[in-house]
Write a protein that binds this ligand. Sequence first.
Ligand SMILES: Cc1cc2nc3c(=O)[nH]c(=O)nc-3n(C[C@H](O)[C@H](O)[C@H](O)COP(=O)(O)OP(=O)(O)OC[C@H]3O[C@@H](n4cnc5c(N)ncnc54)[C@H](O)[C@@H]3O)c2cc1C
Length: 386
Amino acid sequence: MPSLVTDTPEHRAVRASVAKIASKYGARYFLERGRSGGDISELWSDLGAAGLLGLHLPEEYGGGGGGMTEAVVVVEELAAHGMPMLIWVISPAICGSILAHHASEELKKEWLPGIADGTRKMAFGLTEPNAGSNSHQMSTTARRDGDGWVISGSKYYISAIDQADAILLATRDAEHSTSEKGNLSLFVIPTDAPGLTFQQIDTSIVSPDQQFTVFLDDVRVGPEALVGEAGQGLRQLFDGLNPERILVGAICSGVGRYAIKKAADYARERQVWSVPIGAHQGLAHPLAAAHIEVEVGRLATYRSAELFDAGEPAGEAANIAKYAASEASLKALDQSIQTHGGNGLSHEYGLSELWFVTRLMRSAPVSREMVLNFVAQNCLGLPRSY
Ligand SMILES: Cc1cc2nc3c(=O)[nH]c(=O)nc-3n(C[C@H](O)[C@H](O)[C@H](O)COP(=O)(O)OP(=O)(O)OC[C@H]3O[C@@H](n4cnc5c(N)ncnc54)[C@H](O)[C@@H]3O)c2cc1C
């Protein structure tokens, strides 16, 4: 389909490489695995072997030496083949980016090559049951213990920790915090560390990546587990949160493209009166409008990735991209389901099962309201209500 986003020759090659692997498995494989809670490690390994998990990571640690734009191309193209991959956003994007910017040489050497080639995965633990969107209220605490730390607390909605070798965990650092102000420290903790357990949260989301509550009961870590400087975790987190928003824009852009392509193909073929259903403006106009909104979301997503890669402030653009693309993808998916009539709800057409994973992007990783708060305060200079 014609697009407003113009690819460089390199990006076209990356897209082709993703498309080849995605087509080998197909959306049906991905959704079946999602439905049964099955794993997609063969697909993940293929992506890793083709260099498609670490394009944005530094070459000296096994990455491709590219930027967020290359990551957007991969994640968007996977979703455009019916494979919206949460784990891509979490392990290579958030954890990979934070480690590449802030971790010690030892941690980088230990984790980045495996994250880039797909042999290792890392979960990301920020959200807590009692803090939610307000991470400043975090109560999972790291206390000094000899030359290391002891960590206790809990996190919820932690994606894919069952598949991960370690978790990048945000904690309140007891030594660097006061009762008025909490300062954070980040740690890389193996998922088999004594005292770390997790329990699945049942959700409606059809995805190979499940959600978990994570419990930390006096988990001991040595000095080597600390990422960057103790007490500086909030600043370090920001190097992962803009990539997270940008790549949610990419996932949603891909889902939007997938939904619209399927709807347009179906509407050209399906005929119930004398003309194909796509000839009825009642179907054609909402699809055209959905396409426009998906393209606008894509443009915002690519622009935010470019700003990020240029080292420019990208917070505003990343939030706008996340908002625009996530709202557009939901509308596009809904209209595609509508275009398919009853078939929109059958497994065979691979649409309705994407509903909850797409709907999720309105609530997480940052909710629509928190994006609007950011824009109201930072772009419009309006006062903060909370
Ligand atoms: C499928 C899934 C996967 C996830 N994966 C991860 C993960 O891997 N790691 C991780 O750390 N977290 C993860 N999360 C957590 C996610 O980031 C949080 O759900 C999200 O930040 C919102 O927090 P909450 O669910 O506690 O909602 P709350 O913070 O309780 O918010 C509830 C509602 O109140 C609104 N609200 C709250 N404060 C304000 C305000 N000041 N102004 C206006 N409205 C407000 C919110 O927008 C929301 O609509 C995941 C969540 C889901 C659903």
